[in-house]
Every structure is written in C-alpha cells, then in structure tokens.
Design a binder for this molecule. Structure first.
Ligand code: PGA
Length: 244
C-alpha cells in the first residue's frame, strides 16, 4: 500500500507550550492508520517537544528550513545535523514564503537538499508558480525549471506542488489543473530518475481543508497534502487525516 502523507506546515505559529497542548489532544483523538503518515513541521523551538511526545508513536516531524553547512559561523542558522539530533526525519525546502521573503534561490535550495540527504533527513521540496505565471501559460515551465535546478542524483525526497496563489487564499486550482500538474511532475521525475521517480511522493499544497481534501486525494498522482492554516487545529487536521 502506498503511503499517503498528511503534512502540517505550522509556519511561524505555536510556541512549544501550544505544540505540547496540540499533541496531547491529537494523541487522545487520533487513530493512527497504516498507510497514512501524520507529519508535522513545527517551529525549530518545538522540535524537542515532538521528540518527547512523538516517541513510541508513528507521528513524524521535521523542520521548516535549515542551513546547508553542518556547523560554523552562520549566526541565526540551524544545521541538518542539529535537526538530526532532534529526531527530525524530514525538512521543508524552498517553501514559496522562503523564496519570496528570504530570497532563497534554486542553487541555495540544491545545497540544502544535498546536505539534508547526507544526514538521512528527507527533504520536502516545494515548487509552484505564481498567478501571473499561470495566466501567462508558464506554470509547467516554471515548475520544471525549479525541479531541474534543484534535483541532481536520484534521492529519497518528497515534492510538494504548491501554486503560490493558492497558499493561504482559500483558492484552489481545479481538479483538472492539479491532475495535469501532478502528471507532469511524475513524468518529469520518471524520465529523470526512472524507478525512483515512479516512487517519489508528490504532495499537493494550497488551501487544503476538510471540505475539499477528498476530491483532491482522489487525483491519481496526489500522494499527500501539505497543509498550512487547516493544520493548526486538531479537529481540522483530523478532518483531513481521517479522510472524512
Ligand atoms: P495553506 O498553506 O494550507 O494555509 O494554504 C499551505 C502551505 O503554505 O504549505
């Protein structure tokens, strides 16, 4: 059975105490199911809370960002080896907010991916076009460029397709458009990486909520979600996790 990922991107929300309360409620209410991976991206500060509270459960977690060096004079940064020590198994790379507000470029992201892989942390690479790019008919070209510039050797990675204009806006692309883009990414990966490309999980992100998740989950090459706003409350996250 293929794993379906329900990944929560908490962004700059929730302090460690909030994370603790969330996990208490979550563990009480959830029935973790085989084949559905509950995955959380809290702030760096809450990773230790996850380490303690997720121990012995199938709850997975990771960071929203990292540096590509393992240590050194990089004030304010956190390295992949530090993440490893928190038990993080995943790390987001190149979320559109990092690209937009922190000027992260594809060549930087490529270094982060390589560094994470070396630490056995699975990168979750985010790609996606802006509204202007979509309207100009360039969505696939942009996504292909982002993949081309960041992916080298076949590695264990998750790709999250997140149209920038759908993030936090309540706007979701049509099922036709999601299907078309996910098929496009799949074909690209299979051509580039063969069998690894066939297995690489493709997540959809951008205004996923309990009301629209079922329809999107049924799209052939959608293997999971990356969820912002709707992941902040236990009940709404569970509405997506439980698939109800
Ligand atoms: P959203 O965010 O679900 O609030 O649109 C998704 C994301 O930014 O990963």
């Amino acid at each position: 059975m293929k794993t379906f990922y329900i990944a929560a991107n908490w962004k700059m929300n929730k302090n460690p105490e909030d994370a603790h309360l969330f996990l208490e409620e979550f563990k009480e209410k959830v029935t973790l199911k085989k084949g559905r991976e509950a995955l959380f991206f809290p702030s760096f500060l809450s990773l230790e809370v996850f380490k303690k509270m997720a121990a012995g459960s199938d709850i997975k977690y990771g960071a929203q960002n990292c540096h590509y060096e393992l240590e050194g004079a990089f004030t304010g940064e956190v390295s992949p080896s530090m993440l490893k020590a928190t038990g993080s198994e995943y790390c987001l790379v190149g979320h559109s907010e990092r690209r937009q507000y922190f000027m992260e470029t594809d060549s930087l992201l490529s270094k982060k991916i390589e560094a994470l892989s070396k630490q056995d942390i699975t990168p979750v690479l985010c790609v996606g076009e802006t509204l202007e790019q979509r309207e100009e008919g360039k969505a696939q070209t942009i996504v292909q460029q982002q993949l081309e510039a960041t992916l080298k050797e076949p590695i264990k990675i998750l790709i999250a397709y997140e149209p920038v204009w759908a993030i936090g806006t309540g706007k979701v692309p049509s099922i036709h458009d999601i299907n078309e883009m996910h098929n496009f990414i799949r074909e690209y990966l299979v051509k580039k990486w063969g069998a690894v490309g066939t297995e690489t999980p493709l997540l959809y992100g951008g205004s996923v909520k309990p009301e629209n998740c079922e329809e999107i989950e049924n799209v052939e090459n959608v293997n999971g979600f990356l969820i912002g706003g709707a992941s902040l409350k236990v009940d709404s996250y569970l509405g997506i996790y439980q698939g109800e």
